[in-house]
Design a protein around this ligand. Structure first.
Ligand code: ADP
Length: 499
């Protein structure tokens, strides 16, 4: 028995939240309230006012004022960096509170919520450095009479729409970079997980982010999200969510041709060669599909494994997953918590049933885990999967792994690329040539060699193919929120047009 277990208490009453507009909370008043129940405990944990299209207009107007009067973009990179560094400390100071509410709304294990929040201050510190180093270019080769400059300018007012799987992390993979670029913004979190985005408003205000620069309008996707996509005073929209919703935003964003950043779905391969450290790879593959109950756009959901070790390796992964602690996310020893929404729970169970109906062989899991309350699903493995099966092609967004064997390097690459998606991929091998060939030929925006789900502020994220447009994080992530201007400077007298 694990004697190190510590279980946090549920809140006595649901916490009340307000909207965050123009640097201050805006009380719910007569707005509709969404009462969020913990998906692990079935008790109400937060009460979130559902913003309206008018609220969005108010927030966008605040962001527009803040952008146009240059209260943020007019500061030096050094001054913006100082605020970003204070924001990093502000998140650290409230990390336990942020992790607690993230767990209650999302259902993820508290240890993982702490790690998620713990990764965010570094984003601000890194972005602070980029705020100071961001620069354009100059052309000194245009002849003695002419000089050219290329300057980077903030793109303007940014809308951010985030999903419920990593509400705080995904927001913070964007906000500090957008701030570093000098933009202002309005964020709309998923209605299921708004708490930590709203707390961030307070943190940023205390750090010195000026009023109107960061606003949060919680609300429903088809109401606030859709209005955001259509809004003609938003210059860029960063959307993270399903490919289906992302596709719908394309025409809405045409209202003013706003720039779109899209991080969408994935059906990410884990390619395992027989020469890999199989023990390490089995642990990585189990982590890649079990982490966050498989509700990651970068989950490694397709195991593509060399035939000579395929059966043995699937058993190794199954043995690992059998030991994973599925349970109360408020227990510090839990590794897999609840499925976040009822709809997602139904979707995952429907795919499991479909996998069985299509003739795949269930190797592990395949059923809900009954803990007396909440919704939990056992990590599940299907072998005997063919490329045509829905479980091999469609993003399930749950702890469901499909196993497909391969006989050659070319076949492994072909199976890996046989998908509409291109978000992430992992390769496990001790052969450098194999690792690099696979990394070069498989289409994915993020790659892991002999590891999975690694990340950090320095490296950009984003997808190939139908997994999205643009990149977030890293220097690339700041540059996405800028536009370039070219300047020709006459140093002499122009050749007259009319003499
Ligand atoms: P999921 O189906 O996993 O919830 P979504 O793509 O629907 O993923 O949700 C991601 C985010 O997109 C959420 O904040 C959601 O409220 C928002 N959203 C949903 N529908 C729309 C829409 N029509 N327009 C804009 N945003 C939307």
């Amino acid at each position: 028995m694990d004697t190190t277990s510590r279980v946090l208490k549920l809140p006595e009453a649901p916490r009340e939240f307000a909207l965050w507009i123009d640097g201050r909370p805006v009380a719910a008043e007569d707005r509709e309230i969404y009462t969020r129940h913990s998906p692990a405990h079935d008790v109400p944990v937060t009460r979130i006012p559902m913003g309206t299209a008018e609220d969005l207009d108010t927030a966008v107007a605040a962001a527009r004022r803040a952008f146009d009067d240059r209260r943020w973009s007019g500061l030096s990179g050094a001054d913006r960096a100082a605020v970003l560094l204070r924001a990093a400390d502000g998140i650290r100071a409230r990390a336990e509170e942020l992790a607690y509410w993230e767990t209650l709304e999302n259902g993820k294990p508290i240890a993982q919520a702490r790690a998620e929040v713990g990764g965010c201050p570094g984003m601000y510190e890194y972005a602070a450095g980029v705020a100071r180093s961001l620069h354009g270019d100059s052309f000194n080769n245009l002849g003695d009479g002419m000089m050219g400059l290329v300057t980077r300018e903030p793109i303007g007012v940014v809308g951010i729409i985030t999903p419920w799987n990593f509400p705080f992390l995904i927001l913070n993979e964007r906000v500090p970079y957008i701030l570093a670029a000098g933009c202002t913004m309005v964020a709309k979190p998923s209605e299921f997980t708004s708490a930590t985005s709203l707390i961030l408003g307070e943190v940023l205000a205390e750090a010195g982010v000026p009023e109107g620069v960061f606003n949060v309008v919680p609300g429903l996707g088809p109401v606030v999200g859709q209005a955001m996509a259509e809004h003609t005073d938003i210059d860029m929209l960063s959307f993270t969510g399903s490919t289906r919703t992302g596709r719908g935003l394309l025409s809405a964003a045409g209202s003013n041709f706003k720039k779109l950043g899209l991080e969408l779905g994935g059906k990410n391969p884990q390619i395992v060669f027989a020469d890999a450290d199989l023990e390490d790879a089995a642990d990585g593959v189990a982590f890649g599909i079990g982490f966050n109950a498989g509700q990651c756009c970068v989950s490694g959901s397709r195991l593509i494994v060399e035939r000579s070790v395929a059966a043995e390796f699937a058993d190794m992964v199954a043995a690992k997953l059998a030991r994973v602690r599925v349970g109360d996310p408020l227990d510090e020893t839990t590794q897999v918590g609840a499925v976040t929404t009822e709809a997602q729970n139904d979707t995952i169970l429907r795919y499991i049933a479909q996998g069985r109906d299509e003739g795949a062989e269930l190797v592990a899991g395949g059923a809900p885990v009954d803990l007396g309350r909440g919704q939990f699903i056992a990590p599940t493995i299907f072998a005997g999967v063919t490329r045509e099966m829905a479980i091999a092609r469609e993003e399930i967004f749950g702890p469901v792994l499909t196993v497909m064997p391969f006989d050659s390097l070319d076949e492994a690459i072909a199976i890996a690329n046989d998908t509409d998606y291109g978000l992430a991929a992992s390769v496990w091998t001790k052969n450098l040539d194999t690792a690099l060939t696979v990394t070069r030929r498989v289409q994915a925006g993020r790659f892991w060699v002999n590891t999975t789900l690694a990340g950090g502020p320095e490296l950009p994220i984003g997808g190939f193919k139908q997994s999205g447009w643009g990149r977030e994080a890293g220097v690339y992530g700041v540059e996405e929120y800028t536009q370039v201007k070219s300047v020709h400077i006459e140093l002499d007298k122009r050749d007259p047009w009319i003499s």
